[in-house]
Design a protein. Structure first.
Lengths: 200, 189
């Protein structure tokens, strides 16, 4: 983790895609199927330390895959199946996710900050120490999930279900919440305001 | 360069290990624990813990040091020449040093704590408890907080935005994300 080879385009500071000389912004076709990604994804075990930044994974079925230290910065995911997938320290900042299904997945120490999530299912998942700060979250469903120690600081969360979730030390400080349903969840254990104990 | 992390459910803190691809000498950062799971992870990668980086001398974040020193012949790097009775190499004043064959740049942030260091290693920024995904760490008073914010603006935030911010507590972040979303940095006090 994470690829240190730089994109060969002059002046570009992005990391090159795994196994390539260009970054995801400079390849001719951003769809992952055109960049040899399927060969990597066919790997039966853990997929470690790959850089997929700015690729478009729309239409892929990545159910049951195990990703560790993979970089999905700025990626597009539309209609992607991720059922029962595992993500360990994976990065999704500035990603766009729409109509994706992460039902029964495991996320540990993952970064989604500044991403846009619409109609994404995270039901029955374990999402521990995930960073959703500054995200735009619309019509998503996190129900029956463990969101312990995850952060939604400054996020915009609208028409989203968080029913029967574990919200122990889940931070919603300065988040805009409209139509967020915390039914049966331990919202009293979540953090909505910061109380600094220090004094002048 | 490979990054391993371990989230301890007993201390609710993160421990990070950085080493070369293919095994060899490695760095461990703020070992709040060094349990069997972490030991197996290190051994599985073929790593030998040769260096221990300490961001701040807090007992709860360093409980694993004694265990590590029983297993590995490791050097401790910290602000002060001693960390809980273990000799350490003081690095607060140096621009960079080599640990386990990797270049490490220590950055002093006395606003958080007098001995606080952030370590810049490759594309990783080990921030200890100074930053924690959208927030600053707790400081002893508002003056310290103001000083810390000033230090962060001057010394940390100008670094490349794609650096991965790895805190002792809380999820990972990037420097760009912190610049844009850290609520404490955008407050007057």
């Amino acid at each position: 983790m994470f690829s240190t080879a730089r994109c060969s385009v002059s002046g570009c500071s992005n990391s090159a895609l795994s196994g390539q000389q260009l970054c995801g912004l400079h390849v001719e076709d951003r769809h992952a199927s055109k960049q040899g990604v399927e060969q990597i994804l066919d790997h039966p075990g853990r997929i470690f330390g790959m850089n997929f930044s700015y690729l478009d994974f729309s239409g892929f079925d990545l159910s049951g895959k195990i990703f560790q230290n993979c970089d999905f910065t700025g990626c597009s995911f539309t209609g992607v199946e991720f059922r029962e997938a595992t993500f360990l320290l994976c990065l999704f900042p500035r990603a766009t996710l729409e109509s994706c299904n992460f039902h029964g997945s495991l996320f540990q120490n993952c970064l989604f900050a500044l991403s846009s999530l619409k109609k994404v299912l995270f039901t029955n998942s374990t999402i521990v120490q995930a960073n959703f700060n500054g995200c735009r979250i619309d019509e998503c469903d996190f129900s029956n999930s463990d969101l312990m120690h995850s952060r939604f600081i400054g996020a915009s969360i609208k028409q989203t279900l968080m029913v029967d979730c574990n919200l122990k030390r889940t931070f919603f400080v300065e988040a805009v919440r409209e139509g967020v349903d915390f039914k049966y969840s331990n919202a009293e254990d979540a953090v909505f305001t910061l109380n600094r104990s220090e004094s002048l | 360069m490979k990054l391993l992390y371990h989230f301890s459910t007993s201390t609710l803190t993160n421990v990070y290990v950085v080493g070369p691809d293919g095994g060899g000498d490695a760095i461990i950062v703020d070992p709040g624990v060094f349990d069997v799971t972490l030991l197996e992870m290190v051994e599985h990668e073929g790593y030998y813990i040769r260096s221990i980086l300490v961001t701040h001398e807090a007992k709860s974040d360093l409980r694993g040091i004694s265990t590590i020193l029983r297993i590995y012949d490791a050097d401790i790097y910290a602000s002060n020449p001693e960390v809980f009775e273990h000799p350490a190499k003081p690095v607060a004043g140096v621009k960079s040093f080599s640990a386990s064959g990797m270049e490490v740049k220590p950055i002093r942030l006395p606003g958080y704590w007098s001995d606080a260091l952030v370590y810049h290693v490759g594309e990783f920024l080990f921030v200890g408890k100074v930053l924690s995904a959208g927030m600053l760490g707790d400081t002893i008073n508002a003056y310290s907080r103001a000083l810390l914010k000033s230090d962060l603006r001057e010394l940390i935030f100008p670094l490349p935005g794609n650096l991965l911010v790895l805190p002792t507590e809380g999820p990972p972040s990037t420097l760009e994300v912190e610049v844009l979303t850290n609520i404490d940095m955008n407050r007057t006090i």
